[in-house]
Structure formats: C-alpha cells, structure tokens
Design a binder for this molecule. Structure first.
Ligand code: NAP
Ligand code: ZN
Length: 346
C-alpha cells in the first residue's frame, strides 16, 4: 500500500477538495504510474455531482491520464520505468469470457471503471486521475506516442477514443459525410479525427461563435443549430451524425439530417429518454445508435493514428486548485476545448 494524494468529491453538492487515500502495492502484472496530466471530461462532472445517480463517495475523478512509469511488477513485459503512458476509462475487465478476443470489453460485464467503481475484489473503490499516482494492470495501460505533446495527449484517452471508435465502426472516410454535434471536448476531437480519416466534416454547434476554430481544426462546414434554416439546408445530408451533447435536443430534427441508411450515434447521455417518431426513421431506413469509449486494442490503434497524423487535443492547462472553477466553465461551454490539470500543482 502507498498513500496517494488527490482531489475528491466527498458528496454531490460539495466542491472537490484535497484528499489522501491508499493505492494498492503493485502486483506482478501491475504498472505504477506517476500522473503528470489529467484531462477534465464532462463525465467527471456528471459523476462528481451524482447526475447519473450511481456515485460512490469520496470520489477522485479523472479518466484521461497521462504519466510516466515509475515501477513495474516482475511479470510486466510491455513497459519499463520512464515510459510515457496513458490510462483511460477502465482499468480491468472480465477475462474469463471472450471479451479480450473480440475487443469490445467496454460493453461486457466485469468492466472495472477507472473511478466511481470497484476493483476486481468488488469492494475497494477505484480512484481516478486527479491524483499523484495510479497502479494499473499492464493490459490496461496504453503507450503514448513520443512525438505528441504530453499534456495535450491526455484527452485522447477518453475524448479521443470516444469519437474514434464510432467513426471507425461506421466507416467514416473519403466520400462519407459526417456531422459532429457539439464543439466541446469530445466534439473537437471528432472534427480532427474525422478530417484525418478523409471524411467530409460538418460541425453542428449551437452558434457560430467557434466557427473559425472548427474550420481550422479540419471541419469543411459549420452550421448553427439555433438557426432553423440549418435543418432545411442539411435535410438528408449525412451518412453519420455523432452527437456529443448531453442536453435534450429535437431528435426528429436531427434524424431528418440523415441520408437513407444514415446513423445518428448518441455519445452524450441526456437525462431524459430520446423520443423519436417512427416516421423519422422508417422511410429512409435510418438508425439511432449509441457508442461508449473503445476497447484497449482500439484505444492503442487510435493513439498510434494520432501519432501518425499529429493529432492532440486543444487544451487549456489549469492548476489542481482551479478544478471547481473549471467545472463551472465546462458547464457553461466556456472551454476551448479541454481542461487539463497539471498534476505538478497538486
Ligand atoms: P463538453 O466539453 O461540455 O461538450 C459538450 C458540448 O455540447 C458543448 O461544448 C456544446 O457545444 C454542446 N452543448 C452543451 N449544452 C448544450 C445544450 N443545452 N444544447 C445543445 N448543445 C449543447 O462535454 P464533453 O466532455 O465533450 O462530453 C459530452 C458528453 O459526452 C457528456 O455528457 C459526457 O458525459 C459524454 N461522454 C460520453 C462518452 C461515451 O463513451 N459515450 C465518453 C465521454 C463523455 P456547442 O457550444 O458547440 O453547441
Ligand atoms: Zn470521459
């Protein structure tokens, strides 16, 4: 056991505050990581404030972790002391079923999430990346490309993979028209990744205030969803729409933007059900789907893709003690485009 320092939510209504807790001593297959940067995902806020109703307190959030290996267990072969590594949204999964062969472990029972869950023992709460170090099985540790900015790589571990996986699954690429709804932490990564895959990329944002940035990051087109004309102009335009918004939208209006056989993929998780009229889907064989992060294999593939294409997140670095202010700014969509905590300030 080793003492770890971090910042935790102690209940849903209180600001995050300094917190000390124990990390397990490394087992033979574990890697000990000194955390250097931790991205701030909107899911951290949902969970720290118990907006999904499943929060375990005290909770150290953070599942966009970039750090340096400081120790490896005796059976670890993939990593050595000094390596630049990442940890994303989960740190263990069921290994008795076929999940590791089909690379969809994120969808199968037995997933151990990086925080707000329990370790494989079923009783020790997992604690995330807003902390000085973490101990993770080597199979759940990712290699970060050395050519990428270290801090700006952290958000790839959640925002990056969450967009990469559906873009690949629904074959985004040359000749495909892809729309990204919401130009936030997830959305701006979707723009960069879809552009690098060769798709024709459109941002659907509430306003045109981030248009210049969107076009710079790789969007071909940028529309405001506050303008009803957008929905007329773009009717039937897209093969794929990735929605990163967690607010309620007029879902029938968005499905109306899909081509025949087009798919609207929900990535954000609205609190209320998503009401859709059958007529929005049936006459054009359209689908509504959901997608959650990506497998470990796919996450490494995404990181390597980002290394090749020089893709990182657009970040604003904060000190650890600015986290509560950062949460308020994320809620107001006042972040361009991901906060990353410099863990040296802990
Ligand atoms: P974020 O940085 O806050 O971005 C969300 C964007 O949604 C905002 O930038 C804004 O874009 C748009 N938006 C916000 N409020 C809106 C409203 N009332 N109506 C319409 N659009 C609105 O959050 P994020 O970190 O990207 O996360 C987005 C969501 O995805 C969260 O709910 C998070 O929990 C979820 N998530 C899901 C997964 C997964 O695996 N499926 C993984 C990570 C996160 P504009 O200003 O451009 O309109
Ligand atoms: Zn996340």
């Amino acid at each position: 056991m080793a003492l770890a320092r971090g910042y935790a939510a102690t209940d849903a209504s209180k600001p995050l505050q300094p917190f000390t807790f124990e990390r397990r001593a490394p087992n033979a297959d574990d890697v000990v990581i000194s955390i250097k940067y931790s991205g701030v995902c909107h899911s951290d806020i949902h969970q720290a404030r118990n907006e999904w109703g499943n929060s375990i307190f005290p909770m150290v959030p953070g599942h966009e972790i970039a750090g340096i290996v400081t120790e490896v267990g005796s059976s670890v072969t993939k990593f050595k002391v000094g390596d630049r590594v990442g940890v994303g949204c989960f740190v263990d999964s069921c290994t008795t079923c076929a999940s590791r062969d089909v690379d969809i472990e994120q969808y199968l029972p037995g997933l151990v999430v990086t925080y707000n869950g329990y370790e494989a023992d079923g009783k020790t709460p997992t604690q995330g990346g807003y902390s000085d170090h973490i101990v993770v099985k080597e199979g759940y540790v990712l290699s970060l490309p050395e050519n990428l900015d270290f801090a700006a790589s952290a958000p790839l571990l959640c925002a990056g993979i969450t967009l990469y996986s559906p873009l690949r699954h629904w074959n985004a690429g040359p000749g495909k028209k892809v729309a990204i709804v919401g130009m936030g932490g997830l959305g701006h990564m979707g723009v960069k990744l879809a552009h690098a895959m060769g798709a024709d990329v459109t941002v659907l944002s509430q306003s045109l205030s981030k248009k210049e940035d969107g076009l710079k990051l790789g969007a071909d087109h940028y529309y405001a969803t506050s303008d009803p004309k957008t929905f007329e102009d773009l009717a039937g335009a897209f093969d794929l729409i990735l929605c990163t918004v967690s607010a309620e939208l007029d879902w029938n209006a968005y499905t109306g933007l899909l081509k025949v056989d087009g798919t609207l993929v929900l990535l954000g998780i609205p609190e209320k059900p998503v009401p859709v009229h059958a007529f929005s889907l049936v006459p054009a064989r359209r689908s509504i789907a959901g997608s959650m992060i990506g497998s470990i294999k796919e996450t490494q593939e995404m990181l390597d893709f980002c290394g090749e294409h020089d893709i990182v997140s657009e970040i604003e670095m904060i000190r650890m003690d600015q986290i509560n202010e950062a949460y308020e700014r994320v809620i107001k969509s006042d972040v361009r485009y991901r906060f990353v905590i410099d863990m040296a300030t802990l």
